[in-house]
Design a protein around this ligand. Structure first.
Ligand SMILES: *Cc1c(COP(=O)(O)O)cnc(C)c1O
Length: 406
């Protein structure tokens, strides 16, 4: 890495943001200027181990050389066509992604929220045209504690008041049931139900892992009820949990799969709705779309991401390093950690509130050269790049131990 070009100091840049940048985030006071692998470097040249990895958008590490090369090659050839024309990268991307997930068809979008919105529309249209739900009566059942994005429709079925308050009126047609509760789900599903939309592991809620059998139960129930199972794997998918998809831990195949974040390789936003042909087949020309969705640059990067996952190496690495993470966290239980949940290289860690809020712990870890993000209350989330070495992971755990002991 070459020396950063200093214009303003970190503190000056943070102060400069205040009057001109919307205050919809409360970032840690670190100004990142460059990055490589699992490491980021701030304006002053201080290095930090990135234990958040862009909420799993950076599963393959910062500036993964294979992905950067794919992006560079594509930048030199063709970047955008719009879907008004075909482009020579899209077929390969769709074929590769369908093959990776075992589903038939791909609807390329950009952000995760767009993939969720698209799935809501597809599920409703499927309900009217295939299932025969009376017009405008379709319902979608979701789980409390969900995080599916930030659009008006998506916050309509959020249970997080901060995400909703002040943004009504809301989109109707959603029923919220407790997560990990099959009986409640069964009671909420009826002949109007188009789909059950859930995260196989709830990331933003604090890496909440449902009981063994829950996903199988959702699959059985949706099949019996004749509605779609839509799995939002935007954060849990693409290697994070030690499998390509989190639903694979129960060998469940949803009808509709939502991918995003890591699909863009940490370079460009790439998301997708992947589904069976009889589901995505309800869309016809003009009924849905996106100017940037499926653009050649996104398709080239997305294809390169799928190629990385086809080897299985990243999934194996997440599973293997996940054991180290789990053991390391288990050793901290009772020593500042009150409990944790982990799967692969993904953990929600509940810190003893007497030691500090999640925010305070995150700030102290930052001063130790480790970047994490709090979720709610005293919970922090760990989701390092899947390229992290054992040694790097051990050093992050040592930093956590030090912060908790202080
Ligand atoms: C991040 C996330 C989204 C939204 O993705 P954006 O790209 O931020 O719009 C949706 N669902 C889940 C599970 C997520 O983690």
């Amino acid at each position: 890495m070459t020396a950063p070009v200093r214009t303003r100091s970190s503190d000056e840049m943070i102060r400069a943001e205040e009057p001109v940048l919307a205050h919809n985030y409360h970032p840690l006071p670190v100004v990142v200027a460059r990055a490589e692998g699992a490491w980021v470097e701030d304006v002053e040249g201080r290095r930090y181990l990135d234990m958040l990895a862009g909420y799993s958008a950076l599963n393959f590490g910062h500036r993964n050389p294979v992905l950067i090369e794919a992006a560079h090659r594509q930048l030199d050839r063709l970047t955008l066509t719009s879907r008004a024309f075909h482009n020579d990268r899209l077929a390969e991307f769709a074929e590769a992604l369908a093959a990776l997930t075992g589903l038939d068809m791909v609807l390329p979008m950009n952000t995760g929220a767009e993939a969720v919105e698209s799935a809501v529309k597809v599920a409703r249209k499927w309900a009217y045209e295939v299932k025969g739900v009376p017009a405008n009566r379709a319902t979608i059942v979701v789980a409390a504690g969900n995080f599916h994005g930030r659009t008006t429709t998506i916050v309509s079925f959020s249970t997080d008041e901060t995400a909703r308050s002040g943004f009504g009126p809301f989109t109707p047609g959603f029923r919220v049931v407790p997560y990990n509760d099959l009986a409640a789900l069964e009671a909420a599903v009826d002949e109007t139900t188009a789909a059950v939309l859930i995260e196989p592991i709830q990331g933003e809620a604090g890496v909440i892992i449902p009981d063994e059998g829950y996903l199988t139960g959702v699959r059985d129930l949706t099949r019996r009820a004749g509605c779609l199972f839509v799995a939002d794997e935007i954060q849990s998918g693409l290697g994070r949990t030690g499998r390509t998809l989190a639903v694979e831990h129960e060998e469940v195949v949803p009808d509709v799969l939502l991918l995003g974040k890591a699909l863009g390789g940490g370079i460009v936003p790439v998301s997708a709705v992947v589904a069976r042909r009889d589901v995505l087949g309800v869309l016809h020309p003009g009924e849905h779309g996106s100017t940037f969705g499926g653009n050649p640059l996104a398709a080239a990067v997305g294809t390169a991401v799928v190629r990385l996952l086809e080897t299985g190496a990243f999934q194996r690495r997440a599973a293997e390093a996940g054991v180290l993470l789990e053991d390391g966290l288990a050793a901290l239980v009772g020593r500042g950690v009150v409990g944790f949940r982990s799967r692969g290289l993904w953990a929600g860690v509940d810190i003893d509130p007497a030691i500090g809020t999640g925010r305070e712990i995150s700030e102290r870890l930052m001063r130790e050269g480790v970047l994490v993000k709090d979720t709610h209350g005293s919970t922090i989330r760990l989701a390092p790049p899947l390229t992290i070495t054992d040694e790097e992971l051990r050093s992050a755990l040592a930093a956590l131990e030090k912060v908790l002991a202080a």
